[in-house]
Each structure stands twice: as structure tokens, then as C-alpha cells.
Design a protein around this ligand. Structure first.
Ligand SMILES: *[C@@H]1O[C@H](CO)[C@@H](O)[C@H](O)[C@H]1NC(C)=O
Ligand SMILES: *[C@@H]1O[C@H](CO)[C@@H](O)[C@H](O)[C@H]1NC(C)=O
Ligand SMILES: *[C@@H]1O[C@H](CO)[C@@H](O)[C@H](O)[C@H]1NC(C)=O
Length: 339
């Protein structure tokens, strides 16, 4: 064989073998086999079973021959005939993302998604009626689960999740009044936690003990009244926003927030009547922005330390006193004379 032929042959072999790797391209099953589910591998890759009549039809669909397993996404939305998902319903199919949303789903058998234990990155079960019977423990077997959205369900006991890979957790709008101690102690990679609009009355100490990549925490529209020392003791300097608006917070203890730098703390519409120097000065010195509009701040001598230090004024922005006056517009001369 001449050298040039040899090179051409080697080249051809390499190229065709790398092509055969990428020819493991995604394929849909036959449309007839899975009707009324629809499959797409065009712009988006999904199997959408929103039109199934009931779980029996769903089970029948997943008896079909699926050439690609795992498949990127399963969608079932706005289907009120799917209230219970029994084990085995998805045959031996596995997915990277599962969205079962707005279905009035009530129960999910423990092993329903287990075939996806090593593939599932995103699990979205929002706007259903799932309650404490949902088995959160089984999720610890999902080794690449990154994103969990269970918002607007009927869960009353917050689960202690053991999902080390999780970065995004959305539990807003579940009727939960308290969080267990060390609730996030097994999820070091959390970056976003949404606990808005639950019925939280109090928070445990040291809510985020090991999170060094957390950027945003949402705790607005709850029933919080009191923030104890050590509640938010952050690791690293990843945190950017802490949302606590529309609670009933009357008291923030010194040291309730620590380890913060360049963070925005949103306290709009709470019940604070004072901004004590012992609580807030150290935070303002670390470039924290606090938003305290619509709190009943008395704005007496207790806020003199802010009024008289104009370098803090940008950080309290449009915060108002209970008479509607902007804190930053208060007359420094009055504070020098009277306090
Ligand atoms: C939520 O769960 C409670 C029991 O914990 C039950 O009484 C209530 O009907 C449920 N609400 C909905 C909307 O399913
Ligand atoms: C956590 O994040 C780090 C860095 O992004 C990554 O290397 C690690 O694998 C993640 N841990 C888990 C359990 O996924
Ligand atoms: C202060 O924090 C804000 C974000 O809240 C950031 O944009 C700004 O650069 C920070 N300033 C300094 C001096 O670090």
C-alpha cells in the first residue's frame, strides 16, 4: 500500500469511528406507538405526554420501543387525569429532565423515577398537590440531580434533603411553618434557594453552614418576626441577595447576618421600628445595602449614626421613616443638637 493510501485509510477510519460515536443521535420512537404522546428531536428534544387519558394509557405508551434511552426531557402538564404515579409507569425509560406540572398530582410512588437515578438533572413537580407522603429520601440516590422545583404543593414538613449535587432548590408556596435544624447541611453546592410565600414563623440558627456558592436566598412573604444571632452566617463571599420582604420582622439581633460583603438585604415591608448601630453598622461597613422602605421606623436618635454619616446614605437608598420621610433627607443638625 502506498503511503498516501495508508494515510487516507487511517484518516477515513478515524473519521468514521468518531462519526459512529456521534451517530448515536437522538431518535424518537414511532409516532403511532406513543400517541397521544408527542416526541420531538428538532429544535427541542422532548416527549410530551400531556394528552394521555389516564395512567393506564401512560403505562401503555412506555411499553413502546424507545431507540434513545436516556431521553432528554419528559413533559406532562395540565393533565388532571394523572393524580397518582405508580412504580414502573415509565417502563425502563430514563430521562435527564422530568416536568410534571399543574396536574393536581397527589402521590408519586417511591421508585417511579429510579431508572433516572444516574441521569436526572432537573426534576420539576410544581403546581401539584403533593404532600408529606412524597418520598424525598429516595432523591439521595440521584447522583447528578441539580435542579429541584416543588413549588406550590401541599407539603407541610420541610424535608432534610441529602442531594449533594443540588444547586437550585425551589419550595415556595408550600404551607411550612418551620425548618428543621441543619436543613441544608448536606447540600454544599446550593446556589439558589427559594422559600418565599410559605408560612415560616422562625428560622433555625446557621441556615447555610457549608454553602460557598450560594448567591440568592428568598424568604419573602413569610411570617418571620425575629432574626436570631447566627441565623445567616455565610461561608465564602458568594452571597449577593437575601430577600426578607413582607414578613413581620420586629427584631434583628446583632450578628444575625455575618460573613457578608457587597450584599443586598431586602427588608421592605416589615415591622422594624429602629436600625440599631450594633446590628447594622458593621454590615454597612462591608458594603451591604439594606432596603427598609415601609417599616415603621421611628427615626429618633437611634438612626443618628446613619444620618450623620453620609457615606452610608447610598446603602440605605430610599428607606423611609414611619411618617414617610426618607431617612437620608433627615436634618443632620437636629441630630447633632438633640442626640
Ligand atoms: C393539604 O393537606 C391537608 C392535610 O395536610 C388537607 O387537609 C388539605 O385538603 C390539602 N389541600 C389541598 C389543596 O390538597
Ligand atoms: C459541587 O460543585 C463542584 C464545583 O462546581 C463540583 O466539582 C462538584 O462535583 C459538585 N459536587 C457534587 C456532589 O456534584
Ligand atoms: C458594593 O456592592 C455592590 C453590590 O451590592 C457592588 O456593585 C459594588 O461594586 C460594591 N462596591 C465595592 C466598593 O465593593
Amino acid at each position: 500500500m502506498s503511503p498516501s493510501w495508508y494515510i487516507a485509510l487511517v484518516y477515513f477510519t478515524i473519521c468514521s469511528s468518531s462519526r459512529s460515536v456521534s451517530t448515536k443521535e437522538l431518535q424518537c420512537p414511532s409516532a403511532d406507538d406513543i400517541a397521544p404522546c408527542r416526541c420531538s428531536v428538532e429544535e427541542y428534544n422532548y416527549i410530551d405526554c400531556s394528552d394521555v387519558a389516564d395512567v393506564h394509557e401512560l403505562a401503555r405508551v412506555f411499553e413502546a420501543d424507545f431507540p434513545s434511552n436516556p431521553f432528554p426531557q419528559l413533559i406532562i402538564s395540565n393533565n388532571h387525569n394523572i393524580k397518582h404515579l405508580p412504580n414502573g409507569i415509565f417502563g425502563d425509560m430514563s430521562f435527564e429532565e422530568i416536568d410534571i406540572v399543574s396536574c393536581g398530582l397527589q402521590t408519586v410512588a417511591k421508585e417511579v423515577f429510579i431508572n433516572s437515578a444516574t441521569t436526572l438533572k432537573k426534576l420539576i413537580l410544581k403546581n401539584n398537590k403533593l404532600d408529606n407522603k412524597f418520598d424525598f429520601d429516595v432523591l439521595s440516590e440521584f447522583s447528578v440531580l441539580d435542579y429541584l422545583d416543588m413549588h406550590n404543593n401541599n407539603i407541610t414538613e420541610f424535608p432534610v434533603l441529602d442531594i449533594p449535587s443540588l444547586t437550585y432548590l425551589d419550595m415556595w408556596m408550600n404551607p411550612i411553618t418551620s425548618l428543621p435544624d441543619d436543613v441544608f447541611g448536606k447540600m454544599p453546592n446550593l446556589t439558589y434557594v427559594d422559600l418565599d410565600m410559605m408560612d415560616l414563623e422562625q428560622l433555625p440558627i446557621n441556615l447555610f453552614p457549608i454553602q460557598s456558592q450560594l448567591t440568592k436566598v428568598l424568604l419573602s412573604y413569610n411570617e418571620l418576626t425575629y432574626l436570631k444571632e447566627g441565623t445567616f452566617a455565610f461561608q465564602g463571599d458568594s452571597i449577593q441577595e437575601i430577600w426578607l420582604m413582607q414578613n413581620k420582622i420586629t427584631t434583628v439581633e446583632a450578628g444575625a447576618f455575618s460573613g457578608l460583603e457587597n450584599v443586598m438585604i431586602e427588608l421592605w415591608k416589615n415591622e422594624l421600628d429602629t436600625l440599631e448601630e450594633a446590628v447594622w453598622r458593621d454590615l454597612l461597613d462591608h458594603n451591604i445595602t439594606i432596603k427598609v422602605e415601609l417599616n415603621p421606623l421611628v427615626c429618633g436618635c437611634d438612626v443618628g449614626w446613619i444620618v450623620l454619616n453620609s457615606e452610608y446614605h447610598d446603602q440605605i437608598g430610599e428607606s423611609t421613616c414611619n411618617n414617610g420621610e426618607y431617612l437620608v433627607d433627615l436634618d443632620p443638625a437636629w441630630f447633632t443638637e438633640n442626640c
